[in-house]
Design a protein around this ligand. Structure first.
Ligand code: BG6
Length: 300
């Protein structure tokens, strides 16, 4: 399978397929600058993004499963069609599904792109009785990584969905990290029965378990990783909501696929649509959302 993918979609110096952890198929995109990103077909799951200098910007747990039955812990789980708990498996089935490659290219400006796709199958229809087509485009430039998600309703009836890019950023120390740009926005505090509050702080810092859904937030946020002297911009379109999550000590201990101490080295800033309540897509209608991560300041 990996050889067939390489023959059909591999591009010398830019797109390479290989067996990743536990033999799962993985695609690595490499930009001429040296920047790279890795994507597993299992979940269309981005597990790595490296700057041209080779610094890893995403966190993946050393305890993560790499198996068809489990989501990968870290990187960017693609959440669809359900966020959190509910009738479907937690965070939906997209992160548990095998996606396929729809295309790869190196564009005239040197950016490297790959598109992965997932459509309804008898298995997804048994779980969720709606026909859909999902696409994730991964676009790598020297200092940016852009993920564009499209959801197409191929069913004769409308359906409700939520879509989230559940990004785990690697930080030197979460107590020396801050999410900037949420002041004045409304959030639901998942740790207090979704109590609705207004964010008073100009920066969100981490000193305990944090699990909040911020609604309709500005389209440009920043993550300051002070321990690494790095600033990342998070720019989004069509993804109004953001969840900020860190499990801290007790929840880390309860998570079987996460090291007890690893909460220190990660912060999730998750971008998406309809996190508080699903949105409706009419038959034949297409929804698109996009998030770009940009390294604004790199350690000297
Ligand atoms: C976050 C939720 O989006 O995902 C948290 O807000 C949850 O409550 C976290 O713990 C991780 O979820 P999971 O299913 O990957 O363990």
């Amino acid at each position: 399978m990996i050889d067939a993918l390489q023959t059909r979609y591999g591009i010398e110096g830019a797109i390479a397929f290989s067996a990743g952890n536990n033999g799962l198929a993985r695609m690595v995109l490499t930009h001429a600058s040296g920047a790279s990103t890795a994507v597993y077909l299992h979940g269309a799951h981005v597990t790595s993004w490296k700057s041209p200098e080779g610094a890893e910007l995403f966190f993946v747990s050393r305890e993560s499963h790499f198996s068809p039955q489990h989501p990968i812990r870290g990187g960017i789980p693609v959440i669809f069609p359900q966020f959190g708990g509910g009738p479907l498996p937690q965070h939906g089935f997209a992160r548990l599904s095998e996606w396929s490659v729809a295309g790869t290219e190196v564009r005239a400006d040197g950016s490297v792109a790959a598109v992965l796709q997932l459509s309804s199958t008898p298995e997804t229809l048994a779980l969720w009785p709606h026909r859909f087509h999902l696409e994730l485009q991964v676009l790598l430039r020297e200092r940016t990584l852009t993920l564009t998600v499209q959801v197409l309703n191929t069913d004769p009836r409308p359906f409700d969905f939520t879509q989230v890019l559940h990004t785990y950023f690697r930080v030197a120390d979460c107590e020396q990290a801050a999410v900037v740009g949420l002041q004045g926005t409304t959030y639901l505090d998942s740790l207090r029965d979704d109590a609705r509050e207004t964010e008073a702080r100009d920066e969100i810092r981490f000193a305990g378990e944090t699990d909040r859904i911020y609604l309709n937030v500005p389209d440009c946020l920043h993550l300051r990783d002070e321990g690494n002297g790095r600033v990342l911009a998070i720019e989004k379109q069509g993804m109004p909501d953001v969840t900020v999550w860190n499990p801290w000590i007790d929840k880390a201990r309860r998570m079987p696929d996460f090291g007890d101490d690893e909460y220190r080295w990660m912060v999730c800033v998750e971008t998406g649509v309809a996190m508080a309540a699903p949105t409706t897509l009419a038959p034949g209608q297409r929804w698109q959302g996009e998030t770009t991560f940009r390294v604004e300041r790199d350690p000297a």
